[in-house]
Design a binder for this molecule. Sequence first.
Ligand code: PMP
Length: 421
Amino acid sequence: MTTNDELFARGQAVIPGGVNSPVRAFGSVGGTPYFVARGEGAHVVDVEGRRYVDYVQSYGASILGHAHPAVVAAVQAAAAEGSTFGAPTEREVLLAEELVARVPGMEMVRLVSSGTEATMSAIRLARGATGRRTIVKFAGNYHGHADALLVAGGSSVAEQATSDSAGVTSGAVADTVVAPYNEVPPLDEDVAVVIVEPVAANMGLVPPADGFLQGLRDACDAVGALLMFDEVITGFRLGVGGATERFGVAPDLWAFGKVIGGGLPVGAFGGRRDVMERLAPLGPVYQAGTLSGNPLATAAGLTVLRELDADAYERLDGIAGRLADGLTSAIGGAGLDVQVPRVGPLVGLFFGADPVTDFVTAKVSAETGTYRRFFRAMLDRGVALAPGPYEALFPSLAHTDEDVDRTVTAAAEAATEIARA
Ligand code: PMP
């Protein structure tokens, strides 16, 4: 039988760090990552046959849980008809129609292959459409790894010494301004676009303060800047119309990913018609992709969206509520200071007593080191949290009450073990 240790060693010989995305290497939690052999609903099973209740769920891409039968069938059927053509297909139109119908104010959308591509392309579009240079982002928000956005990033960028990346020239970020989350920054007439995670989910989970998103809308309008919601995590997870519907604030541009690809590589960016029509072939802003609108990915995405009606979101909200309440009392009951923020189906986990409202306070919690210990104690008990303190938890529609109750029991034991040490 192959083991995790063996695969990790072989992987490290031929893949930097043995992984194809840094957080997967367990750098901040220690130990050997589990190599997944298969996923089944709320669970993953590793190559050694160990089963975990999975709250990673591909960082939110698998909202129905792993290997949902309808998604498997749709992808199989699509694959049998050919996996990519370089010509338009019907399902691209259907998926774009579904997205536009659900998000209030979004009139057109273009499909790409990742969240990174979505934000990167939308930034270019915002600059091209406004003729302005500056972009404003918030510390601790993560928007993928395009050069201009890779500064003060959350997610696993936050665990690097400098919270940005070598190889990004000062020129590439010269026009990027970083502001603290949850404060409306001063803007001027050079600002092309303000990009924000409407619920910050890459520094743990940090909800927007009352009035923050509306404040951004007003500040952008005052100087003629565009506002972009990066809904790669929140889109089609917070509800049918994502953050726009939930908070009643409509941006000019949106970026999506994860849920809309049903576990296959998809991203999308959209906006008002007048802005989107600046894109090639209609306008002067170039953007393209060989695999954009891929037939397998659109089949998976359409299948997932069809499952996501109001009833499904209500169920997901219930699952997340049971999880958040259970974790709060299990960990708090063991005597550890903990905060379990929740926005609908999104759940966070911060150790420490001080409220977390931005990147500075999120770091204080992450640097206690308690997350690392808790992660390991949970993994030993068959529960897979994200292997880093800056990620959120992603309960899926496949998580049963029994899965959540097992998680809460494990959390009580894990917290007791940590409190005693
Ligand atoms: N934006 C947000 C809010 C994200 O959470 C992520 C990825 N976690 C991205 C953009 C980048 O998406 P991808 O990893 O698909 O490139």
